[in-house]
Design a protein around this ligand. Structure first.
Ligand code: COI
Length: 354
């Protein structure tokens, strides 16, 4: 049983919802009316408040601006066929946020704070949840250090904020990805598994070089040998070869994706064989050359199931079969949609009614 928390509820003077074109929602650029804010000071989380979405005021000496002590999450809210607001697997995001927080020396959140702030905020802005196919309300909880201090040490104070953002597709078409063997995203013992800003910042330059060559994203390989496939900075990766799903295990260099787990759980439930093991670049290249990669796709909250159209390696681009014939990834995508809409049984207890 989750205890409730006392939240001061504020109200925007004027809703901006009429400015939103529900038929044409970009990803990540429009923000809903309110946000939830909590503060950590003197060893406790306090001052829980829902207030209008607004700019933050920070001192230039705020440690977050210099040393990046922050963690974040991403999840989505939907409207089911009865028009009820639901969140998809929010407790998994809560667990992962605290796992990231521990690695970044950030105080963990109590469950009632995370879930209480989240549900109140979604209730407050429920009219911002879009219901056209492929749209959702993206939810961004994050915690950041807030001391004004320019020495290196964990901050004594923090802010936990949740804001939301109606979104359309992150990738509007199947993606072209390049296997990266020069730059590295993560190393054993590092922070690859944590959802922290630095992982994304470090990926920007290599991704930009690949984007200049027409790719949408990178496929990261292990930092030591570049011989094993890890993840793509915006999603986990899966390959379908001989009817089996093959994916890298989530250890300390790979983000433990919630959509990844959902896809694998469904596949196993349907009797599809899943191999979670090290995936050698050489193995994928051999399968690509032999035309044996039936499907490749990314899984992520923002990306949901993103079909991979083409994989580049060492100057050669390998085309994958047409998306229409991809039975595994299309079945997973359809099943996830049906569960979120309430059209299919929520067999694994993934739906959290707000
Ligand atoms: C997510 O999928 O929620 C992420 O945080 C990744 C980013 C591409 C938006």
């Amino acid at each position: 049983m989750i205890e409730t928390i006392d939240i001061k509820i504020g109200q925007t003077a004027k809703s901006r919802i009429n400015e939103l074109d529900f038929d044409n929602i970009p990803f990540g650029r429009v923000f809903s009316d309110h946000m939830f804010v909590a503060e950590f000071d003197n060893g406790v989380w306090k001052n829980f408040e829902i207030r209008p979405y607004e700019f933050l005021s920070l001192s230039p000496a705020n440690t977050i601006l210099h040393y990046g002590q922050s963690v974040f999450e991403g999840m989505k809210a939907y409207k089911n066929l009865n028009g009820e607001a639901i969140l998809f697997r929010p407790l998994d995001n809560f667990i992962r946020l605290n796992k990231s927080a521990r690695r970044m020396c950030i105080p963990e959140l109590p469950e009632e704070l995370f879930m209480g702030g989240l549900t109140e905020l979604i209730r407050k802005d429920s009219q911002w949840i879009p219901d056209r196919p492929g749209t959702s309300l993206y939810v961004r909880p994050f915690i950041f250090a807030s001391d004004d201090y320019i020495g290196i040490k964990p901050s004594d104070t923090y802010k936990f904020i949740i804001f939301t953002c109606p979104v359309g597709a992150y990738y509007s078409q199947p993606v072209r990805v390049k296997i990266e063997t020069e730059f590295s995203r993560a190393f054993e013992g590092g922070v690859g598994y944590a959802k922290t800003g630095g992982n994304y910042a470090a990926s920007l330059y290599p991704a930009k070089l690949a984007q200049e060559k027409g790719y949408d994203q990178l496929i990261w390989t292990d930092g030591k040998t570049h011989q094993y496939i890890e993840e793509s900075g915006t999603m986990n990766l899966m390959f379908v070869i001989d009817g089996k799903i093959i994916t890298a295990p989530t250890d300390d260099t790979i983000l433990k994706g919630v959509t990844r787990d959902s896809a694998l759980t469904l596949a196993r439930d349907w009797g599809i064989e899943v191999e979670e093991r090290k995936v050698a670049v050489a193995e994928i290249l051999e399968a690509l050359k032999a035309g044996k990669v039936q499907e490749a796709f990314g899984t992520g909250t923002a990306a949901t199931i993103a079909h991979i159209a083409e994989i580049g390696y060492d100057g050669v681009d390998y085309q994958l079969p047409p998306v229409e014939g991809r039975t595994v990834s299309n079945k997973i995508l359809a099943a996830l949609n049906d569960i979120k809409l309430g059209k299919a049984e929520d067999k694994f207890n993934w739906i959290h009614k707000v």
